[in-house]
Design a protein around this ligand. Sequence first.
Ligand code: TPP
Ligand code: MG
Length: 415
Amino acid sequence: MVPPGAAHLYHPRVTLAGSPSAQDPVARSGLPPDRLAALYRLMALARALDERTWILNRAGRTHFVISGQGHEGAEAGVTAALEPGRDWLLPYYRSLAGVLALGMTPREVLLHQFGKADDPSSGGRQMPSHYGHAGRGIFTSSSPVGTQALHATGIALAAKLRGVRQVALVAMGEGSSNQGDVHEALNFAGIHRLPMILLVENNGYAISVPAERETAVRDVAVRAAGYGMPGVIVDGTDVVGCYLAARAAVERALAGEGPTFIEAKVTRLTGHSSDDQQTKYRSEEELAGQRARDPLPCFRDELRAAGILDDAREAAIAAEVAAAVDDATEFAEAAPDPHPSTLLHHVYAEPGDPVPGPPPGAGSRTPEPPRGAGVGGPPGARGGALNARTGEGAGEGSVGSREVPRVTPPSGGPA
Ligand SMILES: Cc1ncc(C[n+]2csc(CCOP(=O)(O)OP(=O)(O)O)c2C)c(N)n1
Ligand SMILES: [Mg+2]
């Protein structure tokens, strides 16, 4: 993978992992055959749900799609090294397979895409594919790209200060990795050896801007050297390779050795979003070539060659996935929209919200005026204030007219 004459670009700590290997995936990964088949099922489910969102959008039933097609191998392989319930995922809009891996259900994903009241990501406030799930350790996504790196660093710092064994995995595209926020986040994480993993899914484009116009280096993982952390480049069609890179990074993070930068070379099989036409800037030959880098058939072929998948098992997975997507579509489309009277919930402080004050024993310092509901207040203050207004259940946050789980991190996580 090193281009001729470019070896000098690679810091000794940047590792170039291989492509899907002829080696048996069970022996190579240490994962049992059923776990590998489950990873394939996860990728197939992510693909089918994603395809459904395009159909719903083109039928005028949802308003926006930004797709994970082509990114499923990296997402599934890397998140397989996380422990759901313990670790945090800070996803981005192509992280559909990752959020499913952490336990978001197809129904929840489509509630989110339709912007329904019960959408666990934001009660219909966020744009589609801006995933979040408080109860599953999936941190809410910001629209300004790259900002999630700072959130991951903060979560990893909290884990370190509290002495909690926990990893924060943050995902983004290579274009976003050029943001100043990412530099600051990595610099801080490197200095303090925080349990953080950055996954950059390099698909060669930032909307219509090709990689060579985004950065002066071909592989963004070389930047890891500047932050004193290892950089690993993996092939995003190599699900087991992605898993192995992430497993090593998780072990390193939990051992207190600090962060890791993983760059997965992936392909974007769709336009940037439903508002983009990629044939305006990508040739037919390029697109045809990229289809050979579709991780789904690559992984399927690998598992078939290893005797883990056969026609019957593949057909059973396809049927299960199709049924789950149909069920989720019907369920989410029939679910209630957020009530208009809830439009401004979670935006402004409400009468009755507690006024943030100094911590106990802080003397007579004048409390700062409230800048927003719950800011600086005690844990649960936000939910309590909303409950006072809506009369809904004590101690639970609410979005729209319905209850959503209160923001509860995985055990031991940041409050
Ligand atoms: C700070 C900021 N600048 C610009 C945008 C507009 N924008 C949204 S996605 C995107 C491209 C990001 O490219 P990349 O990080 O490579 O991710 P990809 O979409 O290729 O997966 C841009 C420029 C934004 N959301 N936030
Ligand atoms: Mg990109």
